[in-house]
Design a protein around this ligand. Structure first.
Ligand code: ATP
Ligand code: MG
Length: 351
């Protein structure tokens, strides 16, 4: 019996998470669900965005399904009490260092992409982004420099062990897919990137079945738009991955379609849609639940080893879309619940 922590959070988080839980329930797997408050919802109830009991549940659980955090009514709070601190705290406390963001265009959604339909149709990749290091976690601050000007600084650094462990995730991900890994860096300019490239090349000796290439990040940004079909798996650092994965998501259609996994060294993971709490449409039943439903599929695959059940969820989402089910972000008029119903009906039809 696997324990799944359900952390719905704020805004549309509870609406989309509810549909993902319905889909998981329909599979009749040996799962138990335990729910806890997180983000603004937790702050309003307890005074803290990541209460001790929520963190405890996250640690006890075999996997975490996370909705979204972000609540405009908390904007004036000091930084440590803001809803967004909850997700940063979970990533840090649980050592979730590997962020997997698959970007794939479902058939029929070509028109939703920012790219030409025939270019968009070829998108089927996973971006493996390092999540615990890089410039986000180096020394940072403000100072007055020798010229008497204000200066802000953020130190970019990577420990070779950090690069090593994410490189392994990149190679293993490529092994399970098309066998192609593109490591993205800026090794012509940055020492961190030179170390990154050296370590990735060292690790590649252990994966002779994976074809490794290297690309500078500026070129990668251009290639993602020009010819995204060339990519199978991209492995990159925290900053470059942050930017490239948002770019890739827009190429693959709606923000409401893309799931993600954030994993630790043992396969424990937190699964969430790439979108936020969308306060502008919260409570209106308009949100597309597919990104969260697909995140639940990733949970089954990566944390529980239930690949067949994950495949079934993904096939059901594909079938619902092919049958014409569309929420507003995809140009349709279905409610969040009705989209969930369409996926459930497709799941039933696939049995
Ligand atoms: P965060 O900082 O938490 O990532 P954000 O500022 O990037 O949040 P989102 O909450 O992701 O913003 O919303 C961006 C836009 O996308 C909004 O207009 C929102 O309504 C829309 N959006 C986000 N998620 C969905 C969804 N599941 N279905 C439909 N529209 C969505
Ligand atoms: Mg965002």
């Amino acid at each position: 019996m696997a324990l799944i922590a359900i952390l719905p959070g704020d805004g549309i988080g509870p609406e989309v998470t509810a549909e993902a839980v319905r889909v998981l329930d329909a599979l009749s797997l040996d799962l138990t669900f335990e729910e806890a408050l997180v983000g603004g919802a937790a702050y309003h109830a307890t005074g803290h965005p990541l209460p001790a009991e929520t963190l405890d549940l996250a640690k006890r659980a075999d996997a975490i399904l996370f909705g979204a955090v972000g609540d405009p009514s908390c904007d004036a709070l000091e930084r440590s009490l803001r809803p967004e601190q909850a997700i940063l705290g979970l990533r840090k406390e649980l050592a979730l260092f590997a962020n997997l963001r698959p970007a794939k265009l479902f058939p029929g959604l070509e028109d939703a992409s920012a790219l030409k339909p025939e270019v968009a149709a070829a998108i089927d990749m996973v971006i493996v982004r390092e999540l615990n290091g890089d410039v986000y976690f180096g020394e940072k601050g403000f100072r007055t420099n020798a010229a008497g000007n204000r200066e802000g600084y953020d130190v970019m650094s990577y420990d070779e062990a950090e690069v090593l462990r994410i490189a392994h995730v990149g190679f293993r991900t490529a092994q399970k897919r098309g066998g192609k890994l593109c490591s993205v860096d800026k090794a012509n300019v940055l020492e961190t990137s030179q170390l990154w490239r050296d370590v990735v090349i060292e690790v590649s000796a252990l994966y002779p079945d994976v074809a490794l290439t290297h690309m500078y990040v500026d070129n990668a940004a251009m290639q993602l738009v020009r010819n995204p079909g060339q990519f199978d798996v991209i492995v990159t650092g925290n900053l470059f991955g942050d930017i490239l994965s948002d770019q890739a998501s827009m190429c693959a259609g709606s923000i409401g379609m893309l799931p993600s996994a954030s994993l630790d060294a043992n396969g424990k993971g937190l699964y969430e849609p790439i979108h936020g709490s969308a306060p502008d449409i919260a409570g209106q039943g308009k949100a597309n639940p597919c990104a969260t439903i697909l995140s639940a599929a990733m949970l089954l695959r990566h944390s529980l080893g239930l690949d067949a059940a994950a495949d079934r969820i993904e096939a059901a989402v594909g079938k619902a879309l092919t049958d014409g089910a569309r929420t507003a972000d995809l140009g349709g008029s279905l409610s969040t619940r009705a989209m969930g119903d369409a996926v459930l009906a497709a799941l039933e039809g696939l049995k």
